[in-house]
Design a protein around this ligand. Sequence first.
Ligand SMILES: C[S@@+](CC[C@H](N)C(=O)[O-])C[C@H]1O[C@@H](n2cnc3c(N)ncnc32)[C@H](O)[C@@H]1O
Length: 279
Amino acid sequence: MMTDDEIHDVEIRLLLEGIHQVYGYDFRDYAEASIRRRLSHWLAESPYANFSEAQAHLLRERPLFEALLAGITVNVTEMFRDPLFFKAVREQVVPFLKTYPFVKIWHAGCATGEEAYSMAILLHEEGLAGRYRMYATDINESVLQHAAEGVLSIGDMQRFTRNYQKSGGKRSFADYYTARYDRAILAAELRKDIVFAPHNLAVDAEFGEMHVVLCRNVMIYFKAALKERCLRLFDDSLLPGGFLCLGMKENLERRMPSERYTEIAPGTRIYRKHYDRTA
Ligand SMILES: C[S@@+](CC[C@H](N)C(=O)[O-])C[C@H]1O[C@@H](n2cnc3c(N)ncnc32)[C@H](O)[C@@H]1O
């Protein structure tokens, strides 16, 4: 006879299978401990005694599923997260980007948009305003709505200012937003060249001819097979000579297509795609 915990795990697997078949969202290849923790938390707050009971509702009531979806993705982010990463982009990636007439950048798993806005600030300071288009995508549509508004919490501004300064920012961070009550509204010029759109890394296709792809702190939640799908997608999206940027806890080591990439400097987690695909 199975224990309660084992039955709980079976129910989770059945629910993830059901969600995939009904809604097309594939969480079956997410790291188990993290998804189990988040689902169990959702269940504890719900009126249902177990996932078998919840499943009947989740598979029929889309708004209930949307609420679950919002709860199971980790959307933590910040402006100039890992400032030294942005410093490396400024000093070692931007000089190459300047050689192109127009630059295309994809932020996969952008959450509420802070990473894309940080990049916009950096590109403006480096003279690339009007010469780029950014695609910022996420599976979670409610964070995308938030992202498109370009509104931050005023309480975060001190921390974001420190990050900005450490990343080699050239102006005053306050130049980029207008404070209104408890909110900081980002300048419209930063928003205008960013397209926020839904995209699911588990099932959707690549974005063509990108110069830079960033996917930071997203694949840490995925199992190996899904990580590999993502890396194939990014490889297919990037132009030769393009840059793939991962989170500080992620790397390309031993993972395909590592033989086609070189980290621009140790520990930056910025990988440049070789020009010769056979190299
Ligand atoms: C921790 S946030 C990372 C945000 C930002 N890249 C950063 O590093 O600050 C992870 C994001 O990945 C998104 N995500 C999770 N699964 C996804 C999938 N299958 N396709 C696209 N985005 C996904 C989540 O919704 C969440 O917004």
